[in-house]
Design a protein around this ligand. Structure first.
Ligand SMILES: Cc1cc2nc3c(=O)[nH]c(=O)nc-3n(C[C@H](O)[C@H](O)[C@H](O)COP(=O)(O)O)c2cc1C
Length: 194
């Protein structure tokens, strides 16, 4: 089975337009070939790396305990063939829970390692995918810090490709149905290409 990991940061859940893109993507997957795991960082009560958590993590890493349950999320991320982040555009970026997730899975020896020539990604993932919706129009501009940052993480973790599917301008007074439906179609087409 091929592993797909969906990291669902659609905080508005059933009201979320971004969640519609995630549903379109997931509905297109042939479940005979793909196994899907879903992580919702807010529901899992993931915590940001404060001093206490960092000390605990450093202790486990010093012991070489990479198989500790503490690192379950990092191992799951590293093993997935494709990872999908579903996250709305918030404050020129994405919801804090996605950053919290990233802090939790960035573990030396699991998702990356340090070498003499710099950091090397250890993930076997091929496509790192962002499904997003935005209130305004930012595609291709420096103001879109969500896809700019996640594209950098694609290098950090060692994925082959970063792909962003976005519906834009949803809060500008236009009928949002059209861009959302178009992005849903793009998400379905992306599944067909996997
Ligand atoms: C907390 C918050 C911050 C937002 N920040 C931005 C922003 O910086 N730029 C923008 O164009 N839209 C912004 N929006 C609007 C959302 O990007 C837009 O409504 C999006 O479709 C919400 O996705 P959802 O329906 O999946 O929740 C923000 C919305 C919220 C709730």
């Amino acid at each position: 089975m091929r592993e797909i990991l969906l990291v669902d940061c659609c905080m508005r859940r059933e009201l979320s337009r971004t969640a519609r893109l995630a549903r379109a993507f997931m509905a297109g997957l042939d479940r005979e070939r793909f196994h899907v795991s879903v992580v919702r960082p807010d529901e899992e009560r993931m915590r940001p790396m404060d001093g206490a958590l960092l000390r605990e993590r450093d202790r486990l890493l010093a012991e070489g305990a990479l198989d500790s349950p503490w690192f379950d999320y990092a191992r799951q991320f590293a093993a997935a063939e494709h990872v999908v982040f579903a996250a709305p555009f918030w404050d020129m970026s994405f919801p804090a829970f996605l950053k919290v997730y990233i802090e939790n899975i960035s573990v030396e020896g699991i998702t990356f390692r340090t070498t003499e020539t710099g950091l090397k990604g250890l993930c076997r993932g091929r496509k790192l995918i962002l499904l997003t919706t935005r209130g305004g129009y930012y595609d291709g501009t420096d103001m879109d810090q969500a896809s700019a940052y996640l594209k950098t993480l694609k290098e950090f973790y060692g994925f082959e490709e970063f792909i962003c599917v976005a519906a834009e301008g949803l809060d500008t007074g236009i009928d949002p149905e059209r861009p959302v439906a178009q992005a849903e179609a793009e998400a379905r087409a992306l599944v067909a290409s996997l």
